[in-house]
Design a protein around this ligand. Structure first.
Ligand code: ATP
Ligand code: MG
Length: 559
């Protein structure tokens, strides 16, 4: 990967550990639960975990945290692998599941019982909650807490053998019911669930809890640095307690960092799923979704996403990162690589009255203004053209340098034209512009040095390809929708606008991201058919929100 290596507090720790010889090779893991699609926040975790290992010659596991049978799905498993690969990372042979370790986890739990550090509790779920106490009051010991090792072993074996119903018993760590840290009040390690598991089928009817499975999976895989988000800080004492009791050969270290929160988006699989279930978006890969699948379909290049999370940085402080920062990363990557094309999103007919009816010319247009190596292409030109409705104004202010009655403008890569007549329908709407072209002003020709202030894009009506173009905007109108439980109330009703556009013919069948000149970056959508291409707007050329926000600010301050 060419992205230059960033530095942050986690990388500092890792470099120290390599320098001091504590570790000779860094091993990390990315541990998603396959209960939804990966989102921007996961992208950050992926880039961090795979990144720090790759930068130091280490290795990274992709490990499914699949300890919740029933909530997890093969569709999600497949999507996760596709998304991690697309982001540019490779786990090679290190694809694992927490469920791969069910037998070893069972043995570890048995060992905890043997050393008197775990017991089978037979309180009901409600009672356990009641005994747990509160943040201000200590919990109480379960009456089953002092069962003998033999009785515990026998009951745990019975749990595993399917001798009990769901909820009849649980296995708990024996730590401290009075601990100020609720996670240490004898946390549950195993529960009974008579439910088939997508990996292990009906082999098990007891399943380990996340903290137990996660800590030990880290140890089994020889993870050196177990990087997780801040909400696990309070779980670290349990993580370390388990390692102290079980003394595995490899001792991983948990380090927490703050979640990536991006303005105007949500990063919670549960809430994202609700948007789909409520029909707000078309699916996990709707191009407005902050999922990796959505961003891929939208046309964001993976390099832009990597660049963005690197810029957002790894810290311990909670922060809300501007969405504009991601869009700028996207513009930067596409600005250099996307070829230029012409397309008209809101077509207005323009007729060149002095241009021969049956004539077609090929206009040579550069594919990239700053990169001649990207070559040129021929764009057909004729008597009838489409231009953008916005590029004409009847009562134009003096500084309007596009087309106005009697005014002149250059058609990109073609001629200078003058607007002679405006044709309107009964309602007074402009339906056609009748113009004349100046034959001596063809782009690139010897006498094309006549200058006009404005240049506009166009598409030849006789050659245009009709296409559906989807214009996306942010999904929420609140900067921090995460703080709203009722997401419906903060949706941006204009997050998707569909227009019937006209494209230059070279865009038929184009699959790479392109710039529609003056409009933004676009890419063909999977809904395209041979008859009707569909394009997604990836991002506009400029951050129009930043401009609006600045204008609002200036208006408010009288500036
Ligand atoms: P969600 O709240 O969306 O369900 P999660 O944390 O439950 O997210 P997991 O599949 O358990 O989802 O997450 C896999 C990894 O990604 C974890 O290590 C988690 O800490 C990390 N992760 C999840 N969300 C973010 C985020 N917003 N920023 C950084 N890392 C994240
Ligand atoms: Mg989780």
């Amino acid at each position: 990967m060419s992205d230059s290596a960033p530095r942050d507090f986690i990388r500092d720790i890792i470099h120290d550990d390599l320098e001091s010889g504590k570790h000779t090779r860094i091993v990390t893991r990315f541990p998603p639960e396959p209960n939804g699609y990966l989102h921007m926040g996961h992208a950050m975790s992926i880039c961090l975990n795979f990144g720090v290992a790759a930068e130091t010659g280490g290795r990274t596991y992709l490990r499914y945290d699949d300890t919740n049978p029933g909530k997890e799905d093969q569709e999600y498993v497949d999507a996760i692998e596709r998304d991690v690969r697309w982001l540019g990372f490779d786990w090679e042979t290190r694809l694992t599941h927490a469920s791969d370790y069910f037998a070893a986890l069972y043995d570890a739990a048995t060992r905890l019982i043997e050393i008197g550090a775990a017991y089978v509790d037979s309180l009901s779920a409600d009672e356990i909650r009641e005994y747990r106490g509160t943040l201000t009051e200590p919990g109480r010991d379960s009456p089953y807490r002092e069962r003998s090792v033999e009785e515990n072993l026998e009951l745990f074996r019975g749990m595993r053998e399917g001798e009990f119903e769901d909820g009849q018993h649980v296995l708990r760590a024996k730590i401290d019911m009075a601990s100020p840290n609720m996670n240490l009040r004898d946390p549950t390690l195993y529960r009974i669930r008579h439910l088939a598991h997508q990996q292990t089928g009906n082999d098990w009817c007891i399943y380990p809890m996340y903290d137990f499975a996660h800590t030990l999976s880290d140890a089994f895989e020889g993870i050196t640095h177990s990087l997780c988000t801040l909400e696990f800080e309070d779980h670290r004492p349990l993580y370390n307690w388990l390692l102290d009791k079980l003394e595995p050969p490899h001792r991983p270290r948990q380090i927490e960092f703050s979640r990536l929160n991006v303005a105007y988006t949500i990063t919670s699989k549960r809430k994202l799923k609700a948007l789909i279930d409520d029909g707000v978006v078309s699916g996990w890969d709707d191009p407005r979704m902050p999922t990796i699948a959505g961003m891929r379909r939208r046309g964001y290049p993976p390099a832009a996403l990597r660049d963005f999370v690197t810029r957002a940085g790894v810290t311990k402080k909670d922060k809300l990162v501007e969405l504009g920062m991601l869009e700028n990363s996207v513009r930067e990557v596409l600005g250099a690589t996307a070829p230029r094309r012409m397309a008209v999103l809101r077509p207005l007919k323009l007729v060149l009255t002095n241009y021969p009816e049956d004539r077609t010319e090929m206009m040579s247009a550069m594919n990239h203004p700053n990169d001649p190596s990207m070559g040129e292409r021929d764009v057909p030109f004729g008597r009838e053209l489409w231009i953008e409705q916005d590029d004409f104004m009847e009562d134009a202010p003096r500084k309007f340098f596009r087309l106005k009655p009697g005014g002149e403008v250059r058609l990109r890569s073609a001629y200078i034209i003058r607007c002679d007549e405006v044709v309107k329908d009964e309602d007074g709407s402009v339906v056609e512009l009748r113009c004349s072209y100046d034959e001596t002003t063809k782009s690139g020709s010897a006498n094309s040095d006549r200058k006009v202030k404005g240049t506009i894009h166009w598409v030849s009506a006789a050659h245009a390809v009709a296409a559906e173009v989807r214009l996306y905007d942010r999904l929420f109108r609140e900067a921090n929708p995460n703080t709203h439980e009722d997401l419906a109330s903060v949706l941006n009703p204009a997050s998707l606008e569909t227009v019937d556009a006209r494209l230059e013919p070279s865009l038929a069948g184009e699959t790479a991201a392109v710039q529609f000149e003056r409009l933004g970056y676009f890419v063909s959508d999977q809904d395209s058919t041979a008859e009707r291409p569909v394009f997604n707007r990836i991002v506009t050329l400029r951050d129009s929100w930043a401009k609006l926000e600045k204008q609002a600010l200036q208006a408010a301050t009288g500036g």
